[in-house]
Design a protein around this ligand. Structure first.
Ligand code: F6R
Length: 603
């Protein structure tokens, strides 16, 4: 989704802004633009399409200055076009604004401004903002620009992260936010602004996270923070310990491939027991729980479905998994005896954050499982624990998924040890497996030729089915999501036993069915389900760690044996790579699939 970068210092702002925008390309966008203060004027350059179009624009040479704001836009209001891309200016061209989020009452505000003689050049919701600031600035007798910004934002309904520059306050960038992230990177004699840390990680690792409805006025030597009453406040510096190179592709062709291959280390890092030190949920509290609710979106939700199996097995607590966008709009039955866990790689997903606020308002304790320290979700949750996946740049989540499962498993083990409801041997056996998991993932990664061949064999198909039982079904869900989102092949997941209740009607000659079979208690049943589709002509592909007759299947992917509850961390790897190669074979942009955004900060 939209990305924001800002710079004030002594260097050429446009170089830093453009480099920052390139680093945010992974978020998904359809147009880009930036504005700098050139002497006493605002210079603006915008384009439809990629950031490289800005770089190649003939006018770029004349856009000079040491202070500027920049944006990649993911269209919500108005088609992707130069006219609709940000920054947007007020009618006099003295105030420029970039905006992430959605202004829900923009029609009302636009009418208000139209009645007062303002004109609009774009179809966006954003364009009301610079004009509204102008309106208030004039109402204040052309004084106190910050106050005018506050007055204007007081009128906004919806979500926003805003960067504002103006010829009324030369040398300053004003930022503010509500329900959309914005961070400030601190430099020496220069400061940076960004929606996501990787944009400026090559310049600084010292960050300030702006809170809800707070303001910051940023100059090259100073950063001043204010609350929503414009009273001065102090903010704590946060050091981000991600290596700068972590946000580069290294020797890999794509971020996604790099991130898939990082999984052995990232999973092991996340399993590091130190990870849960900060979390102290006492035995008495856990004993009193009536349920756990896991809420998330997309791949994070799929990791939640795996975790449901683990929590129920080890802790014997009923565990529900909910899609955040649904959960937030119903009246879920939760109370102070519910532990609500919210999983989000980015920590910025609008629906997940709203769901967390709802759970909190109903008295549940809330726990965030995220990859990004200081992200919005961590500021809302009662507790936060972190996956150690490092920055995930590819839109399709891979290492975050396996790291989420690792962390949630660790959490379930911690709870189980306190609850003592299952035989301690089960926990011991599980713990004993953890140190070897990285080498088992490495073993699976070595088989890439097989995954590539399978990918080549399925790319002409219209539909692919993923099936499994129990915890394998949870992985089937993720396999189907990965394939559809990056290769654009229609993919569905079903629990194997459910096939004959309808979906089997879709199986005909050559339709690929990928079965995941790792649960030794269910092997025979799962194999029978595969036989049912084979006898209807399906192309059969099996991912397994069980001894099953390979002659029956078109492809068999053997993965190492592991405790059933950990098997998703292994069985998902071939599925990630099949999707990856399918997308590559179709010459698609695996890192930036169409219509998708990395961080979904609007609902
Ligand atoms: C799929 C994918 C998405 C995200 C979802 C939630 O590969 O990446 O489905 O999992 O948008 O994002 P986070 O985890 O940032 O809340």
């Amino acid at each position: 989704m939209c990305g924001i970068v800002g710079y004030v210092g002594n260097k050429s702002a446009k170089e830093i802004l453009l480099e920052g925008l390139l680093k945010l390309e992974y978020r998904g966008y359809d147009s880009a633009g930036f504005a700098v203060i050139n002497g006493k004027n605002i210079e603006c350059l915008k384009c439809k399409g990629r950031v490289k179009n800005l770089k190649e624009d003939k006018k770029i040479g004349s856009v000079i200055g040491n202070l500027g704001i920049a944006h990649t836009r993911w269209a919500t209001h108005g088609e992707p076009s130069t006219r609709n891309s940000h920054p947007h200016l007020d009618n006099e061209g003295k105030i420029a604004v970039v905006h992430n989020g959605i202004i829900e009452n923009y029609v009302e505000l636009k009418n208000f401004l139209l009645e007062r003689g303002y004109a609009f050049l774009s179809d966006t919701d954003t364009e009301v903002i610079p004009n509204l600031i102008d309106y208030y600035y004039k109402l204040n007798g052309n004084e106190n620009f910050l106050k005018a910004v506050k007055q204007a934002t007081d009128e906004l309904v919806g979500s926003y992260a805003l960067e504002i520059i103006s010829t009324h306050n030369l040398g300053e960038i004003i930022i503010t936010r509500k329900d959309s992230p914005l961070v400030i990177g601190k430099g020496v004699g220069e400061n940076y602004i960004c929606s996501d840390v990787p944009a400026v990680l090559s310049y600084t690792n010292v960050f300030y996270y702006l809170g809800e409805r707070e303001f910051a006025v940023i100059t090259k030597n100073d950063i001043k923070f204010y609350n929503n009453n414009l009273e001065s406040i102090k903010k704590e510096e946060k050091i981000v310990d991600w290596e700068n190179s972590a946000a580069d592709k290294g020797n890999f062709e794509d971020y996604m491939l790099k991130e898939i291959f990082e999984q052995p280390r990232k999973v092991e890092d996340t399993f590091n027991i130190e990870n849960l030190k900060s979390l102290d949920l006492p035995k008495e509290y856990l004993n009193d729980l009536n349920k756990i609710v896991i809420v998330a979106c997309g791949t994070a939700k799929n990791a939640g479905t795996v975790a449901k199996n683990v929590f129920e097995n080890l802790c014997r607590i009923e565990t529900l998994v909910e899609v955040a966008s649904e959960f937030r709009y119903r009246n879920p039955i939760i109370d102070n005896k519910t532990l609500a866990i919210f999983i989000s790689q980015s920590g910025e997903t609008a629906d997940t954050i709203a769901a967390l606020k709802l759970a909190k308002s109903k008295g549940a304790k809330t726990l965030a499982v995220t990859n990004v320290k200081g992200s919005s979700i961590t500021r809302e949750a009662d507790y936060s624990v972190y996956t150690l996946a490092g920055p995930e740049i590819a839109v399709a989540s891979t290492k975050a998924y396996t790291s989420q499962i690792a962390l949630l498993t660790l959490l379930a083990i911690d709870f189980a040890e306190k609850l003592n409801r299952v035989d301690s041997k089960i926990i011991e056996e599980l713990r004993a497996e953890l140190p070897n998991i990285g080498s088992k993932i490495n073993f699976i990664l070595e088989n890439k030729e097989l995954y590539h061949n399978i990918a080549k064999d399925i790319i002409e198909n219209r539909d692919v089915f993923f099936i499994g039982r129990g915890i394998d079904y949870a992985v089937a869900e993720e396999g189907a999501l990965k394939l559809k989102e990056i290769s654009y092949i229609h993919a569905e997941s079903y629990s194997s036993g459910e096939l004959k209740h309808g979906p089997i009607a879709l199986i005909e000659k050559g339709v690929p069915v990928i079965g995941i079979i790792t649960d030794e208690d269910l092997v025979e049943k799962s194999v029978s389900n595969m036989q049912e589709v084979i006898s209807r002509g399906a192309k059969s592909i099996v991912v397994t760690n069980q001894e099953i007759e390979s002659d029956n299947f078109d492809y068999i992917i053997n993965i190492p044996k592991i405790n059933k509850l950990l098997s998703p961390i292994l069985s998902v790897i071939p599925l990630q790579l099949i999707s990856y190669y399918a997308a590559k074979e179709k010459s698609l942009d695996v890192d930036k699939p169409r219509n998708l955004a990395k961080s979904v900060t609007v609902e």
